[in-house]
Every structure is written in C-alpha cells, then in structure tokens.
Ligand binder design. Structure first.
Ligand SMILES: Cc1ncc(COP(=O)(O)O)c(C=O)c1O
Length: 399
C-alpha cells in the first residue's frame, strides 16, 4: 500500500488533501516521494517561518531532545521562563501562557474574557460573558473557537454552538458599536483575516475598536495566529495600526513548525488567572520552547522582519504586474509583507497548475491563492515564484 492509500484506509478524511507526498524540506524548498523539488510558498500554512530545517533550529531542537523534552507544568523549566520574558519584552507589560495550537491559544483568550466579565460583575458569573467577533473570521475548530467563527462550513453539523457570541461586519465599526454593550466581556478580531482570504482591517476600524472596547470596558483580543510573528514586517500586525490589544494569541510561526501556541495578556488582566484556572499537560515544554527560542534568535540575527517587508513588497509588485497583465484571470493582490494573496475566480485550478509547475500555494476564502513563504525567502526565490506564476497564467487552461 502506498502512502496515499494508507491515508485513504487509516486516516480520518477531514482534509481534501493535495495528491502530493512530501518527504523532505530545506529552506524554501520541499521534495516529493518521486524526488521532484517544489518552491514552498505554503510552509505548513504560514508556520515554518525560518524555512524547513534551518541549521540553528535543528541544532537547538536536537540538543534539547537529548537533554530534556517534557516535564509538565507542575515544575519550572528554564526555556519557558526565557521564552516568556522575550515575548513579554515584545508585547508589553503582562504575562504569557503556553499551549500547543492556535485554537487552544484562542480558547485561553476566550476564558480570559469570561474571567474579566466576572470581575466586572462583582464576581457574578454569566452577567457579562458575551463576546463580539467579526463575520468571515477564523479562530479555530474547538467548541469555543468554532462558536467565534461564524462560517457555515465550519459550524455545520456541530450545533448547538456555545452561547454568547455575536458578530459585526469586518471593517464596519458602526456594526460593532451596536453590539458592544454592558453584556460584552470582549471583542476578538484578526488585524488581517487570514483563512477568509487575507483581508486587512482598516486603520479606522482597528483604532475605533480599541477606543470602543476601552470606553465600554470590554477586552480587545487580537488573534495574531496567522498575521503575527513578523510575517507582515512588524512583530505583531497590530503594530501597523498603532494599537495595543489587551491580549494577543500566537501559534503557527512561534516554534518554526514545531506545534506550539501561546497567548499574552496585558497587565493587570494577566492576574485574572490563578493556579488551577487554566492548564495543559504539554504547553511550553522545554523542547517546544527551545524551538521557539531558536526561531527568535534566527529572526533577530538574520533581520527577518526587514526581509519579510522587503521580499513581501517585491512579491506583491510582481503579482500586481501579473494582475494588470491578466485581468481575465486575476482580480487583485491583498495583504501585507509576506502575508499575501492573489484573488482569482480560478483559484483552485490555478493552485493545481502552479504545483504542476513547481510552486506550492494554498487556497483561502474569497478566491484567494495565498502565498505565505518563510520569512527568510530570498530575492531569487521570490523572482522564481513570480516567473512560475507568470508562465502558469500563460499556459494553463483555467476556465
Ligand atoms: C487566525 C487563525 N486563528 C486560529 C487558527 C487555528 O489555529 P490551529 O489550527 O493551530 O488550531 C488559525 C489557523 O489557521 C488561524 O489562521
């Protein structure tokens, strides 16, 4: 039985998988089981931010694997302390909680919202427990995060959803203004909606939300799982908007492909959690934190946020040029830094054709062909990707 047959027989079919068996990766390239090389602009869906198998990451993870992998959170471990300090230095006064995925990080923020609401209601539960989110958002697949994700394709089959969520129109401040009241504990938002096709929030929207939350006593929770961690050219996407959220979730890039999630909570709200109020067996293991520390080191040493801004601008320019030359096939380019999408009514066929020509891209909502390369992608690799994109548009039958 080959690998694809094994999956068909033994792996639950929750993914419409691409018929490609990837066996090896290095930097911005991967190889399939037939030895064919691809330029990887998916990178585990925005996850391997220092590329595949970066030597510094491999060294850190191998050494840590040979030293101490896991202890649980009933003990102190050095790497978690170091990582927490470095992330708090980036996010601002507050504290970190480490978990294992993006959905878990958002779950933690939703629980924070409940604790906040309770503290505003003199300790009474359920009075101020509502959460306002945005239409078209994606926050995860657990029951809490699914309830925060108002999309039929995500919620279908799993109702009833958790109570207490309402949704405003993304980038329409007036629609949020109507929803945020004295029953609202928090607002959760992505500064750039990722899964729904890379749609950036406007400055007015994000600044307006910050102001509304402050005025009405609700927490502003930023889901930076996809748009954060340097991908847009700044460490947090919210920095482009000149606002400080009260909590920020992170995952994807944080440990360079090793499963990890985290959330930061600003002072004084970080003190709402106490011993026993939240937890996870695996969160912040010495191994995951070693991977994450290596990612931060590489990001700093190789100035990867600058590279993301520069390479992102080059890639966006090349793609805009292709949009101008192919108005029948492409609609527009969206995004910031290396968080980019080209919109096309043929996005699925286009992604298949790009793969046949050696470039991996991933679909998103709103007709998106998402390009989410590693932050250390080179100029040559960006030009190669644009070249493959251009050749694919000229040769592929998309309609
Ligand atoms: C913005 C955002 N939030 C949350 C998640 C969920 O993360 P995970 O798949 O690690 O649970 C994702 C994953 O795509 C995401 O893009």
């Amino acid at each position: 039985m080959d690998t694809i047959e094994q999956f068909q027989h033994y792996v639950i079919g929750t993914y419409a998988r691409t018929p490609l068996v990837i066996t090896r990766g290095q930097g911005s390239r991967v190889w399939d089981d037939k030895g064919r090389c691809y330029l990887d602009f998916v990178q585990g869906i925005a996850t391997n931010i220092i590329g595949h198998c970066h030597p510094a990451w491999v060294k850190a993870v191998s050494e840590q694997a040979a030293t101490l992998v896991h202890t649980s959170n009933i003990y102190y471990t050095e790497n978690q302390g170091r990582l927490a300090q470095r992330l708090v230095e980036k996010a601002g006064p507050g504290k970190m909680f480490f978990c294992n995925s993006g959905a878990e990080a958002n779950e933690g923020m939703l629980k924070l919202a409940r604790l906040h609401g309770q503290s505003l209601s003199g300790g009474k539960e359920g009075v101020r427990s509502n959460i306002v989110g945005a239409q078209m958002a994606f926050h995860g697949r657990t029951f809490g995060t699914m309830a925060a994700t108002p999309q039929e394709k995500i919620q279908k089959g799993f109702r009833p959803m958790l109570d207490g969520f309402s949704f405003g129109e993304f980038n329409n401040l007036a629609s949020f203004e109507k929803l945020i009241d004295d029953s609202t504990a928090a607002v959760i938002v992505e500064a750039i909606q990722g899964e729904s096709g890379i749609t950036p929030a406007t400055i007015e929207f994000m600044q307006g939300l910050r102001k509304l939350c402050t005025e009405r006593g609700a927490l502003l929770l930023a889901d930076e799982i996809q748009c954060g961690y340097g991908r847009t050219g700044k460490f947090f996407a919210c920095e482009h908007y000149g606002i400080k959220p009260d909590a920020i979730s992170m995952a994807k890039g944080i440990a360079g492909g090793f499963p990890m999630g985290a959330f930061w909570v600003a002072e004084p709200y970080c003190e709402l959690f106490h011993a026993g109020s939240h937890g996870t067996t695996f969160g912040g293991t010495p191994l995951a934190c070693a991977a994450a520390l290596a990612v931060l080191d590489v990001m700093e040493e190789e100035k990867l946020m600058d590279n993301a801004a520069r390479m992102g601008a080059l890639l966006a320019d090349g793609l805009k040029d292709l949009v101008a030359k192919n108005p029948d096939k492409l609609d527009c380019v969206r995004g910031r830094g290396l968080h980019l999408a080209v919109a096309s009514k043929y996005n699925i066929a286009l992604i298949d054709a790009l793969r046949s020509n050696g470039l991996l891209a991933v679909a998103g909502g709103n007709g998106a062909v998402r390009l989410l390369p590693a932050l250390n992608v080179t100029q040559d690799e960006v030009f190669q990707a644009i070249d493959i994109f251009g050749r694919t548009l000229s040769s592929a039958k998309l309609g």
